[in-house]
Design a protein around this ligand. Structure first.
Ligand SMILES: [Zn+2]
Length: 277
């Protein structure tokens, strides 16, 4: 089984010590994939620790020089790999940014280039904020040539395919769905479309059902699949209904992964380069 750590939401209002507290003892040994937002609008959605701070104006990541220097060192050392996580991470009308916001094509191209220059790394992975992509959101990410971490089937959103390559991807998606339904394909697999690749994730957060999560981990191992553990550094101290802290569940899964000789920790790049149709 392949195991990827996905940590969402680092942005201009993240402090290095917040990341250090969660991953400082991990990334010397296991790479951490951070989903970074280039121009975060803090907002007041109440979903993140950062949202406690007031504000409706975007803050460019470069304004947090301490965090940028910290990330550049970690990236250069191969400890951190960066995915783009939206542009502003707003929720217009209560909808995810990449479902409801405008100008997504331009924002996506700009955000990718901006992060690559600022952090001195190549970025070819997109993690949708609030895990949602609409039609325009998919098109924007595809045009910016990034692969996607989320659980939304591509074909079902497409309606009438807009091009031959979109039609081909529609068929590829339908074929994946059918084979999965017939039990011929693991749900922990990369979908290798013509235009992009996509991998599913498993959430570790305050509303996670630990029994279901552990079952998914074991099934993924049996199927030699890809387990993308998706969490938030700012939720590590929050508690599940069953009383455990999110950080404890994360560390428990990492321990289980370390202890199993069939588990290999990887980055998104390794997942994408190892995927075939
Ligand atoms: Zn997020």
């Amino acid at each position: 089984m392949k195991f990827v750590i996905r940590d969402d939401d680092p942005c201009a209002i993240t402090r290095p010590d917040e990341l250090e507290a969660c991953w400082g003892s991990v990334w010397g040994e296991i790479p951490v994939c951070l989903s970074v937002t280039p121009f975060r609008v803090p907002g007041r959605e109440g979903e993140t620790a950062e949202a406690i701070e007031d504000g409706n104006e975007p803050i460019p990541l470069e304004e947090n020089r301490e965090l940028v220097a910290y990330l550049r060192d970690l990236i250069a050392a191969g400890r951190v790999h960066v995915a783009m996580h939206g542009y502003h991470h707003t929720t217009p009308g209560g909808m995810p940014e990449y479902v409801a916001a405008g100008d997504l094509r331009d924002k996506t191209l700009h955000g990718r280039q901006y992060l690559e220059r600022l952090l001195d790394c190549e970025i070819n992975t997109f993690v949708p904020p609030n895990n949602g992509l609409g039609l325009e959101g998919f098109a924007a990410v595809i045009e910016a040539k990034m692969n996607i971490v989320n659980n939304q089937p591509y074909g079902r959103l497409l309606g009438i395919p807009s091009s031959p390559v979109a039609a081909a991807d529609f068929l590829i998606g339908a074929q994946y769905a059918l084979r999965q339904r017939l039990g011929l394909r693991s749900r922990f697999s990369v979908n290798a479309y013509r235009q992009f690749k996509q991998v599913p994730y498993q959430t570790v957060g305050p509303s996670t059902n630990v029994a279901v999560l552990k079952d998914a981990f074991e099934v993924c191992r049996l199927e030699n699949g890809i387990f993308v553990m998706a969490t938030h550094y700012h939720a590590f101290e929050r508690k599940l209904e069953t009383g455990e802290r999110v950080g404890e569940i994360v560390n428990g899964l990492l321990e289980a992964g370390r202890a199993a000789d069939d588990v290999e920790f990887q980055t998104y790049d390794q997942i994408w380069s190892g995927a075939s149709r």
